[in-house]
Write a protein that binds this ligand. Structure first.
Ligand SMILES: Cc1ncc(COP(=O)(O)O)c(C=O)c1O
Length: 426
């Protein structure tokens, strides 16, 4: 990195001559994203097959037009003359990254240099859970409800460094979850040796949304009596709340917020971020990868280097821009509205059990349910898929569930059609 910085001292002015983005990349898509047709117009920006009901966009997104246009633009430019865009004299790559951080920062309401750009939630989890420095006697406290990506990262860390990882069960029946119960379980479980608390905001095994902000307050309370070397570092896997909940980073009261931007956020596939509480690179964290960024602060030290699919990374800003244009509060309201509707319809069917909590206090964009008395939900999920309703069935901490994620590209009629179809098989 040093020689790259030296190069920069001679800073070339090439950047000024880089082509401006074409008009096609203008923020505002052709159809208005406000008023009564807002959600219908939004749908027009996505090339998803209309004859299929897509309830699984939480796995990975389709690219909306502004994002795809940006990818196409950069791809064409990179194909024409890749070296020009990698020219360190011009800081071209860094400028594009800075633009992405600016948009993400606007969304999260933080400073751009708090944000490292990653390739996925999994990559971010590996970099934080893997890179935090713990003394030999210190532990990571987490839950039994974490995703495979976090769990595997913990296993790898245990293997590599022998770090102790303790897992809490925060609830047995997701539909009965209570904030008091969650907070008191965590409160009682924290020990003097607890150095890291790791939680998932919205769980992809049950649909539960944890009161992350309140958990963060609890952590702060414990930290009042701790010095810098023993204070609890609060880490959040936020991927299924990001692009759903009307959030500001500061409200979560965490040290690190990790998320992919290629699910609910509609960013390019293969993108994500980590937002840290400060811009300064902390002493308690060691990077996993060599960066190709400026190497100056959290954002640029923790952004993994290597030459990437830059057309994707540089187009992440378009997704934040789109979400801000839709309005964070409206996005949250619409996704909750659809899920409330879906849940009520599930409750109307006596053969089904709603697994995700009913209240929006404890749920976000998931409506998970099961066919009662059936260990194996696959036949029902497969039947729906064969009939062009994209769902899936998993068996995790909450037992067997059929997973649906009604989001901004869905509507009430699709929910009715999916449940009418399922009823034929019950
Ligand atoms: C809670 C949770 N964390 C992490 C991941 C992994 O996400 P990514 O594909 O961005 O690595 C998933 C996958 O959907 C998930 O459900």
């Amino acid at each position: 990195m040093t020689h790259r910085r030296t190069f920069l001292k001679h800073a070339g002015l090439l950047a000024a001559s880089l082509p401006l983005l074409p008009q096609a990349l203008a923020a505002n898509p052709a159809l208005p994203l406000n008023g009564a047709d807002k959600w219908r117009n939004l749908r027009q920006l996505f090339p998803q097959t209309p004859e299929v009901i897509h309830f699984s966009n939480f796995l990975i997104t389709t690219h909306p037009k502004p994002v795809q246009d940006s990818i196409d633009h950069y791809r064409a430019e990179l194909d024409r003359n890749p070296a020009k865009w990698m020219d360190w004299h011009s800081q071209s790559e860094w400028k594009r990254e800075a633009e992405v951080r600016d948009w993400a920062a606007r969304y999260l309401e933080v400073k751009p240099r708090q944000i490292a750009l990653t390739g996925s939630t999994t990559e971010g989890l590996g970099m934080i859970y893997g890179g935090l420095q713990l003394a030999a006697h210190q532990e990571i406290l987490t839950t039994e409800h974490e995703h495979y990506s976090a769990n595997t990262t913990f296993d790898l860390r245990e293997k590599r460094q022998g770090t102790k990882v303790r897992k809490l069960r925060l609830f047995d029946d997701p539909w009965n979850i209570s904030t008091d119960q969650v907070l008191s379980t965590i409160d009682q479980a924290i020990r003097p040796e607890t150095r890291v608390l790791g939680m998932t905001w919205v769980h992809s095994g049950s649909g539960v949304k944890l009161p992350i902000g309140q958990i963060g307050e609890l952590v702060r309370k414990h930290n009042r009596n701790r010095d810098e070397q023993s204070r609890i570092i609060f880490v959040v896997d936020g991927v299924h709340g990001f692009g759903v909940e009307n959030m500001r980073f500061a409200e979560l009261n965490c040290d690190y917020f990790i998320a992919g931007t290629h699910k609910w956020m509609f960013g390019p596939r293969g993108t994500g971020l980590i937002c840290a509480a400060t811009e300064k690179m902390p002493a308690h964290l060691v990077p996993t990868f060599a960066t190709f960024s400026e190497d100056e602060d959290f954002a640029t030290i923790m952004t993994p280097g290597g030459y990437h699919s830059f057309e994707h990374r540089w187009s992440v800003g378009k997704a934040f821009e789109l979400h801000l244009q839709l309005g964070k509060a409206d996005v949250q309201a619409r996704i909750h509205q659809l899920n409330d509707y879906f849940k009520q319809r599930v409750l109307d069917l006596p053969q089904l059990q709603l697994v995700t909590p009913l209240s929006s206090e404890h749920s976000a964009g998931f409506t998970f349910f099961r066919v009662k008395k059936q260990e194996d939900q696959d036949p029902y999920a497969n039947y729906l898929i064969e009939n062009k309703v994209m769902v899936d069935a998993v068996y995790r901490d909450a037992g067997p569930v059929i997973r649906t994620a009604p989001g901004l590209l869905n509507n009430e009629q699709e929910i009715d059609r999916a449940l009418a179809l399922l009823q034929k098989k019950l």
